[in-house]
Design a protein around this ligand. Structure first.
Ligand code: ADP
Ligand code: MG
Length: 331
């Protein structure tokens, strides 16, 4: 059994919000819980956001994961689940997703919970892949050599899906190996980011676990998938996008274009999620590598959870608006 209140997440998109501790309460007030509200007051402007779930600033890693665990465990029944952390640099995306060793975040807890649930019966085969998307270039973080740019192609007709040419998929026999591979991937991400650009916060990191039922012998469609995505910092898209969408701004279109070039994939992700939530017939998956890669994970019947991180971002700027073109449309 998978106890918990977010079990009904199956087949849905949900936006959750976590406030970084230390966010002054004069600026933000929170009604935590399901259907929570965040009220921000910044430069005299008040805004209210309604979210599917709001964690109070003192919510523990355990509490955050507790809400996500049922969705995570639904992978063992063949569901596809995608968890994102979204927000400005410095608002706690990596803290929530990875966490410090002494207080692990969503990813390590999810893996531990999955392996605990699978037990030692060997009924599942677990495979891992890990990529980074930096400036629309996709790199394998677990490849034996230095990370090379990989081509993303449409899979064979009829099979749907996306193929990343040359991407390595690793069999993971146990939790210990999994943790070792993840830390290898993380160190490769850091190296790759430094040689091109010191800001590792400008890349998305995608961890994909495939859980295949091995007994009874697996039939097509029984594989569950868990995607854990630590997104790039949203600050640029945020600023340009927020200005660009202001009514009466003559440069609005230009600013919006600028935002799209700078942080196209975050906008694309927002666009995809908004289209999925509105049940539109056209879902713009092809607008970015991120959404192309995640297309199978965001299609019908899949579960997506976006954890919106709020607080003081990089450079002391305060996040007081909904992200551009994205979750904004969901509120
Ligand atoms: P991001 O990945 O969004 O750039 P980080 O996860 O690196 O942000 O967080 C920025 C800083 O804030 C780090 O020093 C991190 O340890 C701290 N931090 C973020 N969220 C929390 C939290 N919930 N509790 C304690 N420290 C946090
Ligand atoms: Mg980070």
């Amino acid at each position: 059994g998978c106890p918990g209140r977010l079990l009904e997440l199956k087949g849905n998109i949900r936006v959750l919000c976590r406030l970084r501790p230390g966010t002054p309460c004069g600026l933000v007030s929170v009604e935590a819980g399901p259907g929570g509200t965040v009220t921000t007051c910044y430069r005299g402007r008040q805004r209210r956001f309604h979210l599917d779930w709001v964690f109070s600033p003192d919510a523990s890693q355990e509490e955050v994961f507790g809400e996500l665990e049922p969705a995570v465990l639904s992978c063992l029944q063949g569901y596809s689940v995608c968890i994102f952390t979204y927000g400005q640099t410095g608002t706690g995306k990596t803290y929530s997703m990875e966490g410090p060793p002494e207080d692990p975040g969503i990813a390590p807890r999810a893996l531990q919970s999955l392996f605990r649930e699978m037990g030692t019966g060997g009924q599942h085969r677990v495979t891992l892949s890990m990529v980074e998307i930096y400036n629309e270039a996709v790199r394998d973080l677990l490849a034996p050599g230095p990370p090379e740019r990989l081509a993303v192609r449409q899979g064979p007709a009829g099979q749907g899906g996306i193929q990343v040419a040359g991407l390595t998929h690793w069999d993971v026999p146990n939790l210990e190996t999994l943790h070792q591979m993840l830390s290898l991937g993380r160190s490769n991400r850091a190296t790759a980011a430094t040689s091109m650009n010191p800001r590792s916060s400008r890349s998305h990191a995608l961890v994909t676990l495939t859980l295949c039922a091995a007994s009874p012998p697996s039939a097509p469609g029984t594989a569950g998938t868990l995607h854990l995505v630590d997104l790039a910092g949203s600050e640029r898209a945020w600023k340009a996008g927020a200005t660009g969408t202001q009514r009466g701004d003559p440069n609005s279109a230009q600013r919006l274009r600028e935002a799209q070039t700078i942080n196209r994939s975050l906008l694309a992700l927002g666009g995809v999620m908004a289209a999925l939530r509105a049940r539109r017939s056209h879902i713009p998956f092809r607008d970015s590598q991120l959404t192309r890669l995640l297309q199978p994970a965001l299609g019908p019947g899949t579960t997506a959870v976006l954890l919106l991180q709020v607080g003081w971002g990089a450079g002391g700027s305060f996040v007081c608006e909904a992200p551009p073109a994205g979750p904004q449309a969901l509120f």
